[in-house]
Design a protein around this ligand. Structure first.
Ligand SMILES: [Zn+2]
Ligand SMILES: [Zn+2]
Length: 362
């Protein structure tokens, strides 16, 4: 998830110390042996062709993810051996029905759902559409998604932020406020602590999302979000995804609404695209997918917003195979549903990527 610091750009940007940039051959072998016995009935080897995918781009800024972090990346085989969702033992904190022999998450946890919970206001015209976020999440994972009632935020006279729980109990969150600008940020762990109390029994995970800005530690400009609670709960902010607002690289509280306004339709498209990408990237982390180093992929790490905005909306073949093994979906049907979503939301580039991909693998 992006966590921005003061940035400077230099010409030749080295990778983080120790990082080994995989060659094409290594990235292809990370997809795993496609001749192996299928793990579920929808597994079709040709769906995982690397044709059309490019290798992960080299860093162009010292704040790019791979310039900062020595990611090792999980191959498909490493993921299968290490991911707790494949265990024949119930995850200790899940209370729902469990079928140990099930091949996929939903076969093991037939009642399982992804829960989303909006936190605070989502001003019309300045926020992504919540039902579209739910729809995209549903198509991406091929898993039931439920949106819980909004958790309202209130402000006290001395600028503290109060979260109103569904039982109407009011909890003061840790936050910071800048008097001159009126800007505020919520401390991410204080939000996570409250979300953990709200996880329904049939939840596979619970994701809080908000238009409020978040921070983790005092020097942060912001954080896009964080997961916790044995990785079953996360909270993410779309605040910095507003394409008509510029943010200071120096001070967390300085943001400037651009003078040249962006067309309403374009605003909607960009805001939704960025928010959908963050949402499914972070939920994929909760399902055990780490950062991808194999190809250009929605699971690549992002060190700052510009890097985040350049990343694709799609899983590379390695991560597609991981997600397919978890959820057992039919790859082409999933692409078709995602394609319809992109068409309905005027995301032309993404729609045409899907169309080309379907032609290549069918
Ligand atoms: Zn990430
Ligand atoms: Zn990937």
């Amino acid at each position: 998830m992006p966590k921005t610091r003061k940035r400077s750009v230099v010409r030749k940007i080295p990778y983080a110390r120790g990082f080994k940039n995989p060659k094409l051959k290594t990235s292809i072998s990370a997809i795993g042996d496609l001749t192996q016995r299928p793990t579920n009935s929808n597994f079709i080897p040709k769906h995982y062709s690397q044709e059309g995918f490019s290798l992960i781009p080299e860093p162009t800024s010292v704040d790019d993810w791979l310039a900062q972090y020595n990611e090792t990346g999980d191959t498909y085989q490493q993921f299968i051996s290490g991911c707790p969702w494949f265990s024949t033992r119930r995850q200790p904190y899940l209370k729902q029905t469990f079928e140990p022999t099930g091949a996929t998450i939903l076969a093991k946890y037939p009642q399982g759902k992804i829960y989303l919970v909006p936190l605070g206001n989502f001003p019309v015209g300045k926020s992504p559409d919540i039902s579209s976020l739910m729809e995209f999440t549903n198509h991406f994972f091929c898993c039931p998604v439920k949106v819980m009632s909004t958790l309202h935020l209130e402000f006290t006279k001395n600028n503290k932020v109060i979260l109103v729980r569904p039982d109407s109990v009011k909890i003061q969150l840790t936050s910071r406020f800048h008097v001159k600008t009126g800007s505020f940020q919520l401390k991410v762990d204080s939000v996570l602590k409250e979300l953990k109390e709200l996880i329904p029994d049939d939840a596979l995970c619970l994701i809080g999302f908000t238009m409020a800005d978040l921070y983790e530690t005092t020097p942060d400009l912001f954080v896009a979000g964080m997961a916790g609670g044995r990785n079953r709960v996360g909270v993410f902010s779309f605040c910095r995804y507003n394409p008509s607002v510029s943010f200071s690289q120096e001070h967390w509280y300085q943001l400037v609404e651009d003078v040249v306004s962006i067309r309403e339709e374009e605003f909607k498209r960009i805001m939704l695209l960025r928010s959908c990408r963050l949402m499914v990237h972070e939920i994929s982390h909760l399902f055990g997918l780490g950062h991808c180093i194999w190809f250009s992929c929605i699971m690549n790490g992002a060190g700052h917003l510009e890097e985040d905005f350049k990343q694709p909306m799609f899983l590379c073949p390695v991560d597609l195979r991981k997600l397919q093994s978890l959820f057992g979906f039919d790859v082409v049907s999933r692409y078709k549903r995602l394609g319809a979503f992109f068409r309905n939301n005027k995301m032309k580039e993404e729609e045409s990527w899907i169309e080309n991909r379907i032609v290549k693998i069918c």
